[in-house]
Design a protein around this ligand. Sequence first.
Ligand code: DX5
Ligand code: ZN
Length: 219
Amino acid sequence: MSKIIVAPSVLGADFGNLQRDVELLNRSEAEWIHIDVMDGVFVPNISFGFPLLHAISKHSKKVNDVHLMIVQPEKYFQQFRDAGAHNITIHYEAVTHLDSAIHQIKKTGARAGVALNPSTPVSVLREIIHLLDLVLIMSVNPGFGGQKFIPYSTRKVREAKELILTSGSSARIEVDGGVGLNNAEELANAGADILVAGNAVFGSADPLKTISDLANVCV
Ligand code: DX5
Ligand code: ZN
């Protein structure tokens, strides 16, 4: 049984006490910190950019997992890497030359991921799955924390797992949006390796325990 990686999303943190919240994550069983960058163009919300990523990296002892919900992300890969990104995930829907963009991410030394919106089928990854370190299944429409999990996402996780197994890819599967203790086990059983959780962690009475419970769901 391989353990689930929990990636708490800082979008759910208290930005006025960011150092405190990152230090809480450092003490937790979370292996990754999920960092959502939104540009107000690809998604109907603006979150933050390089200065905040720099500030998080300064305190983070975890893997900085950066999810770019921006158009033309390829303009900024090196800057995100320099600001402390270990993983860089871009959206299939935001990039025209995906093969090239994945190679550009890898050239910076970061792990490369591709995220799929809920309406995008897993099959679009067939030709590039062998290049990927991460497949991110969006289980809400991207843009906001605290939304309701879209149930058909679990089937997409299963399909991604099948694609990975049949292609011999070493990509791992990450699920993002509306994830919590109520659906973590089902997602882990479907093949998820990494669970992103914002509201479920930072909205809980005991974030450290919630992270631990998520990390130890039975597969
Ligand atoms: C949504 C973001 C998510 C978000 C998850 O666009 O990509 O990472 O922070 O938040 P919760 O877990 O609250 O749905
Ligand atoms: Zn995200």
